[in-house]
Design a protein around this ligand. Structure first.
Ligand SMILES: [Fe+2]
Length: 274
């Protein structure tokens, strides 16, 4: 059995924004503490974008500082709050493709992970022809190897319309064309939405992770994007992460709130008595 943690949407910032600086770092530390305490220890942590908040080198240095005592291998992807150039300066060991996009494939046990780069401007996702060609080639290299795709922007909608992108957004259509029918893909993991939900895209399971920073409120009522109605958009609910369990060719994904919670029941009586 192989376990893999996913953390996402860390939004680490620095002292120029004191409230977010303290809050986001504290929430990341709570999530990391819970990940580090997992038994068995995860084989890797996939960090699926919005690593920092405004894309500065100083923020990436702050993130490196927080993660400096991490004993689990870290694999990074980029989100819309990241800056590709500054990330590459701060994390020169992370692979990039021939065009400089932060996308790469690696093995965890017998599971292949492909980190994709959907950074395209400040908000919505992107997956240009060059990135799609790289993914097509990379999938073709190992058509029989079970594969997990990791990307920041979910290609599915949540129903929270102020955050969703249309189903016919060109990058979604392009991604769908690349992955449809690829039997080796066992699942797709994403971030960006700051809450956990799942759906199906191009015939594949998509699991979106909760954030380590603040969470998106679940409000599906109609919204007028020109008229603020004072609804709650984001909440201070507990930070969280995903725990992926890969066992004998099957993948399951657990959404995990992070923090210290009291035990409700302890194991004190044998389940099986001889
Ligand atoms: Fe985010």
């Amino acid at each position: 059995m192989l376990t893999i943690a996913q953390i996402t949407d860390l939004h680490i910032t620095n002292g120029s924004r004191p409230k977010e600086h303290v809050r986001n770092a504290a929430r990341l530390r709570i999530a990391l503490k819970s990940v580090y305490a997992m038994k068995p220890k995860p084989a890797a942590i996939l960090v699926t974008g919005d690593l920092i908040d405004t894309g500065t080198l100083e923020e990436y240095e702050e993130l490196k500082q927080i993660l400096s005592d991490c004993e689990i291998p870290l694999y990074y992807g980029l989100g819309n709050h990241d800056d590709r150039e500054n990330f590459r300066k701060a994390f020169p060991g992370t692979p990039v493709d021939d065009n400089g996009f932060v996308q790469y494939a690696f093995m965890l046990g017998d599971l292949r992970v492909i980190m994709c780069d959907t950074l395209e401007g400040k908000e919505h996702g992107g997956f240009c022809e060059k990135r799609a060609a790289w993914l097509t080639k990379t999938l073709a290299e190992a058509p029989d190897t079970p594969t997990l795709l990791a990307l920041h922007h979910p290609p599915i909608a949540s129903g929270i319309v102020w955050m969703d992108e249309p189903a016919d957004a060109p990058w979604k259509v392009r991604l769908g064309d690349v992955i449809r029918g690829r039997q080796q893909i066992k699942g797709i993991i994403c971030g960006h939405m700051h809450r956990a939900f799942s759906g199906v895209f191009a015939g594949h399971l998509v699991q979106v992770s909760t954030a380590t920073t603040i969470q998106l409120a679940l409000d599906l009522s109609p919204i007028d994007l020109r008229v603020p109605d004072h609804r709650e958009l984001l909440t201070e609910r507990a930070p969280g992460f995903m725990l992926l369990v890969w066992d004998k060719g099957e993948l399951v994904m657990h959404a995990c709130p992070a923090g210290d919670f009291p035990a409700a029941v302890h194991y004190q009586v044998p389940f099986i008595k001889d």
